[in-house]
Design a protein around this ligand. Structure first.
Ligand code: ADP
Length: 196
């Protein structure tokens, strides 16, 4: 299975990703994680990315697309992977589609973890992690709304989007995630309509 998980900052994507990875038994492709490693390793990409990340902005598409395509080419991703934090812009999504098509790979589905903005802010104030500076957090929500939310429409048009309610206990939400995955599997197994 090749699945994308999309959600605003504070939606609980991390928790659901952990569970989904075990469930699907596929590698985790987290661009946030890859970038943090690049920053701490002091690579050229890391140096370029650091200031964007610190200020809550997205790093430039060129930088991220190169890292992701290299990762997707590794043999462990052949059978599938969980894409977490990528794509985050329409350009990244279009580039991903082109890349997958060239590699004869497909995206099985996209899951949106939907959480209203008020709730995101409330959660952020409650957990108060040190990287949760309220101003930077708002910046990240803003870039989500402006740059990432348009992807929902993009994938809905492809018939790939499943939006799930991100409110409730981690268990409740995970059962919704699993239902979404089962829906992708079912769609997969449908015979192709070649009557046209
Ligand atoms: P979050 O903490 O919102 O889950 P991540 O850990 O996924 O964020 O990513 C941390 C930071 O790395 C982002 O705020 C952004 O600056 C950068 N980043 C991660 N993925 C991408 C991407 N696909 N495109 C651009 N920037 C990204």
């Amino acid at each position: 299975m090749r699945i994308v998980l999309i959600g605003p900052p504070g939606a609980g994507k991390g928790t659901q990703c952990q569970r989904l990875l075990e469930y699907l038994d596929v590698p985790h492709l987290s661009t946030g994680e890859m970038l943090r490693q690049a920053v701490s390793g002091g690579t050229r990409e890391g140096q370029q990315a650091a200031s964007y990340m610190e200020s809550g902005q997205l790093v430039p598409d060129e930088l991220i697309v190169g890292m992701v395509s290299q990762r997707l080419m590794r043999p462990d991703c052949r059978a599938g992977c969980l894409l977490d934090g990528f794509p985050r812009t329409l350009r990244q999504a279009a580039t991903l589609d082109e890349f997958l098509e060239r590699q004869a790979m497909t995206l099985d589905g996209v899951i949106e973890l939907a959480v209203p903005r008020d709730e995101l802010v409330r959660r952020m104030l409650l957990r108060k992690r040190e990287d949760d500076d309220p101003e930077i957090f708002s910046k990240r929500i803003e870039s989500y709304q402006r740059q990432t939310a348009p992807l929902l429409d993009y994938y809905a048009r492809q018939g790939k989007l499943k939006s799930i309610d991100g409110l409730g206990s981690a268990e409740e939400i995970f059962s919704r995630v699993c239902e979404a995955v089962e829906g992708f599997v079912a769609r997969h197994d449908e015979p192709e309509d070649d009557s046209a």
